[in-house]
Design a binder for this molecule. Structure first.
Ligand code: GTP
Ligand code: MG
Length: 178
């Protein structure tokens, strides 16, 4: 079994805890409380090696950090030694992408690009699915930024679960390959 340490970063209320709960417990709470300090959860996935048809179990040890400004100074404790970082923004909040970009810059200067898989995550995709709420963050713009910076990019909904498993699977595969 392989183990990888994952950290979630991003502005308060973008849905970091909701993404983790969807992935670990397959549940969603409309009234989730803001995280204090950080929370720890773990989950395993299976990776199939296409060359020899072997399955490997990968365990993610997940640190869900608190996005509120007053906890910002704690973040380095959690991203230090991380194998992957999920930098989350809310697709309905343009500001939250700028915050996410700030985290990407911090990670690249403090951790170094070679040691960390970074995934940019646009959450709350469900809110833009009707024609009611326009998407504040253009997918193409976010994707181009991710490409320039060499990041993985996923759009998900913690509420419906859309894209969540696939995202963790692709992070697991990327870590497994490296
Ligand atoms: P902090 O712990 O303060 O950093 O916030 P967080 O990023 O962990 O956000 P959290 O998961 O607590 O979610 C904030 C609010 O957004 C909650 O009321 C959630 O129910 C809601 N929310 C989270 N994900 C989604 C989603 O995919 N769609 C919708 N519609 N609401 C969501
Ligand atoms: Mg939280």
């Amino acid at each position: 079994m392989l183990q990888f340490k994952l950290v979630l970063l991003g502005d308060s209320s973008v849905g970091k805890s909701s993404i983790v709960h969807r992935f670990v417990k397959d549940s969603f709470d409309e009234f989730r409380e803001s995280t204090i300090g950080a929370a720890f959860l773990s989950q395993t996935i299976k990776i199939e090696d296409k060359t020899n048809h072997n399955e490997t179990v990968v365990k993610f040890e997940i640190w869900d950090t608190a996005g509120q400004e007053r906890y910002k100074s704690l973040a380095p404790m959690y991203y230090r030694n991380a194998n992957a970082a999920l930098v989350v923004y809310d697709v309905t909040q343009q500001d939250s992408l700028a915050k996410a970009q700030g985290w990407v810059t911090e990670l690249k200067t403090k951790v170094g690009e070679d040691d960390l898989v970074i995934c940019l995550v646009g959450n709350k995709l469900d809110l833009c699915e009707g024609e009611t709420t326009p998407k504040a963050v253009d997918s193409k713009q976010a994707q181009e930024y991710a490409q320039e910076q060499g990041l993985l990019f996923h759009e998900v909904s913690a509420k419906t679960g859309e894209g969540v498993k696939e995202m963790f699977q692709s992070i697991g595969e990327k870590l497994y390959e490296s």
